[in-house]
Design a protein around this ligand. Sequence first.
Ligand SMILES: [Zn+2]
Ligand SMILES: [Zn+2]
Length: 250
Amino acid sequence: MREKIRKESTKIKWEPYFLLFGISFFASYLFTFIYAYFKTGDFRVASKTSEDMINSKHPIVLSSMLVIFLTLLIMQKYPKKTLKCTICGNLGKDLLNCGDKKMKRLCRIHLLEEFKRRFLEFGQNMVVLYPGIEGRKQSYYKYLYCTKERLRKYNLDKLAGHLLERGLRSISGKCKQCGASSAIAYFDKGSFEWQGDFPLIENIIQEPEIMCKKCTLDLILPSLRDFKGYFNIPLEIPSKEEGIFLPYAE
Ligand SMILES: [Zn+2]
Ligand SMILES: [Zn+2]
């Protein structure tokens, strides 16, 4: 499947080039006309002059056409080249923070695949708040993974520090859903409210659900999948030590 996607993305499609050529032709015609109009000051003469210039393939026509064509080509190519998913080569507008200041550019499918893999591999207990970013369009929504140290650094320790402690303390026994061994204290959709762009973390009094990592992923992935903005503030993976996943807006 991946091989197929890669093959398709490397096949040259000619239509966009024809379109670019058409646009540059029209733009250079307009440019020539404006040029002739400024020189002669007469609409009719300018129209005739520009037509003659195009018919005789005047250097101004050809060079302006080339410049416009190349500019459009670069404008078209550049973002496509930099916004490619590093796994499948399709358009990838999302970023994943892989730790150690390493970012990966990915399409949404591979972003979530990678997130899932690293979430399952992580060996420590976690507290997870429902992301709640489904349907939201603004790209400044974050889903931060914070260790105690990071909460302190971001001045979030008062807001979320006690929740992290409380959550970690309550993890024991088996997953409420499937009976596998638990690793997560999960605060679901209903356990906190949003005040505009901010989740009211400080108001959470409800006890978390004790779950395994797999069942937690089943609940949070749909929200991340249906985020209508882009993770240009990178989605984070759990790293270093036990911590808390917080939805957060700047
Ligand atoms: Zn991809
Ligand atoms: Zn489970």
